[in-house]
Design a protein around this ligand. Structure first.
Ligand code: BDR
Ligand code: CA
Length: 329
């Protein structure tokens, strides 16, 4: 059993990650920490609490950082970005977003823990060895590493969803998690532990359709139904906002980004291409702010070694999800 802390900005695919971690018998989901990102912190926290309550699991939730480490104090930094496609006004004048403000679940009645997520991470990782899965902007985990760098010794593996080597989403160069806190992303990539990254290259190599979502729903049970409906709804949102993950602008099949990081810990055999790389994040504030940069020059000494997943086998991913959903019934 792999004991983990999940740091997330729930978020549609973050919710899928929580469900996979909660249902899998190979994962001990010890805590969830929330961060700003897809939505403001109040939303990511409330959405996380809603999912935890829907699942009926006893997992503590911690509220973390509402803003990136330093990005907001650098004037004009975000203005260099071309085409942030997060929301669009549709033909009825309604704003369509990739992540709705609140997940379609009852308002949470459970509450977050009183301790701040960053001090929780520091306290816990001073005491015990754990795997940390960071699937939002890396602010919480980076702050913890800055407060006490020695906690890296107790991070068995740091699994990150972020970046794109040959693709981007939020800007012309950057993926959303790295874009919303480039300094934090940079700190995570240089953490002195095993670092494994699932960038857009990997996550968009397995795209899910409404039919896939309905297959998950057909497993039966509340969690499967909700997991499948998240995919169906995600595809519909992609269409409304006008985003495609392929060369065909009318293809709105969706990636399950964050959930892949959890699935990798359960059975990594679906990852068909993973490489040891030297990687950096651009923090210069220009057009490439937040961009994941991989140095492929073989004749340079490797510094900042990370494992980067490039491709996954969609059918294997789908089968693994079905297994997890079925075993929970
Ligand atoms: C990442 O950004 C967020 O929108 C998703 O939850 C995922 O973590 C994809 O770029
Ligand atoms: Ca996320």
């Amino acid at each position: 059993m792999r004991k983990i802390i999940l740091d997330c900005d729930t978020g549609t695919d973050d919710a899928m990650a929580i469900i996979m971690a909660a249902l899998s018998k190979d994962i001990d989901l010890s805590a969830i920490t929330c961060v700003h990102g897809n939505l403001p912190l109040r939303n990511t926290l409330e959405n996380t609490l809603r999912v935890v309550e829907m699942l009926g699991i006893d997992v503590p939730v911690y509220k973390g950082c509402p803003e990136p480490m330093v990005q907001h104090i650098l004037p004009g930094r975000i203005l260099n970005v071309r085409g942030q496609q997060q929301k669009r006004t549709d033909e009825n004048g309604e704003t369509a977003r990739i992540h709705d403000e609140y997940l379609p679940l009852p308002k949470a009645t459970i509450k977050e823990q009183p301790q701040h997520a960053v001090s929780f991470l520091v306290d816990t990782l001073r005491r015990e060895k754990l795997t940390v899965v960071a699937v939002g902007p890396g602010t919480n985990v980076a702050m913890a590493l800055r407060m006490d760098p020695s906690i890296a010794e107790n991070i068995e593996e740091l699994v990150i969803m972020g970046g794109g080597v040959s693709c981007s989403n939020i800007s012309q160069a950057a993926e959303a998690n790295f874009f919303w806190d480039p300094e934090a992303a940079s700190i995570l990539l240089s953490a002195k532990t095993k670092v494994t990254v699932f960038p857009l290259d990997a996550t968009t190599s397995a795209l899910f359709t409404e039919a896939d979502g309905n297959d998950f729903r057909a497993v039966g049970g509340r969690a499967s139904d909700f997991f499948g409906s998240l995919i169906v709804e995600f595809v519909q949102r992609m269409a409304k906002v006008g985003i495609s993950n392929t060369a065909d602008p009318d293809d709105h099949s969706c990636a399950i980004h964050d959930a892949l990081c959890i699935l990798y810990l359960i059975d990594p055999s679906f990852v068909t291409d993973i490489r040891h790389e030297t990687a950096f994040v651009d923090v210069s504030g220009g057009f490439a702010d937040g961009m994941l940069i991989v140095d492929r020059r073989s004749y340079f000494e490797k510094i900042g070694d990370v494992n980067i997943a490039y491709r996954v086998d969609k059918q294997k991913v789908k089968n693994l999800i079905l297994d997890i959903l079925q075993s929970a019934n």
